[in-house]
Design a protein around this ligand. Structure first.
Ligand SMILES: [Fe+2]
Ligand SMILES: [Fe+2]
Length: 231
């Protein structure tokens, strides 16, 4: 079997810069484009992508065999359950299905086939209205999105000039920079950058004058979460 592998060595640190024009690949549907971040599998895949819907585009009805998680980055994504504007975070558990479309165009961050066993709870959060909590250091605020079986997903807002403690990620860490400029001792990550740091990686992140808003998932790069779809 000739399975597509893309950034599929989860023991490697990966930094993917914001999508350039050439990074967008066609999907099976006209007007729907994908920027691959990681992928194990072909059209059915354990995959992390940025997906762009042109105005008046749609995707065929499909079932999420392994679950679907998405965050709407801009525009409005729609399906038969309603309209999901920028800032909407959704988890469609394994077995769910929908026929999505966008009237005016939208961009999404999407993760497929990354649900833990028994995580069958649908979830929809309007992050533009949800309550933020203070983080561990001054200047940091956290909006928890989801927590299951040792995997945590959150939005984290960094005020300008916030410095976090040095820390280790036993189960790895994945970040999408949503706004501003995120930094650590390894580099600088402008809006749209995606980073995946392996198990036991360590860093000391901070922000400068720009501050940052990031999507963060930790704990999911342990071996039991990395199986490709069995279908
Ligand atoms: Fe879907
Ligand atoms: Fe971290």
């Amino acid at each position: 079997m000739n399975t597509m592998l893309w950034n599929a060595d989860f023991d490697q640190r990966v930094v993917v810069p914001p999508a350039a024009a050439a990074d967008w690949q066609p999907s099976p549907e006209p007007g729907v484009h994908r920027h691959r971040l990681d992928r194990i599998g072909d059209e059915v895949a354990r995959a992390t992508s940025i997906v762009r819907y042109d105005a008046a585009s749609r995707f065929a009805r499909h079932t999420h065999g392994g679950g679907e998680e998405y965050l709407v980055l801009d525009g409005t994504f729609s399906d038969e359950h309603g309209d999901h504007p920028a800032g909407t975070y959704v988890r469609n558990p394994p077995g769910s299905s929908h026929a999505p479309f966008s009237r005016d165009g939208c961009t999404l961050f999407v993760k497929l086939w990354q649900f833990a066993e028994r995580d069958d709870e649908p979830l929809r959060i309007d992050t533009t209205r949800a309550a933020w909590r203070p983080g561990l250091v001054p200047g940091l605020s956290v909006l928890p999105l989801h927590e299951f079986d040792g995997v945590s997903t959150a939005l984290v807002r960094w005020a300008p000039d916030t410095h976090f403690n040095t820390h280790t990620h036993p189960g790895g860490e994945e970040i999408l920079v949503l706004q501003g400029l995120f930094r650590d001792e390894h580099g600088e990550y402008p809006t749209g950058t995606w980073l995946r740091s392996p198990r036991s990686s360590r860093h000391t992140p901070f922000t400068g004058a720009e501050g940052a808003l990031i999507y963060v998932k930790v704990g999911h790069l342990g071996a039991r979460f990395l199986l490709p779809p069995s279908s």
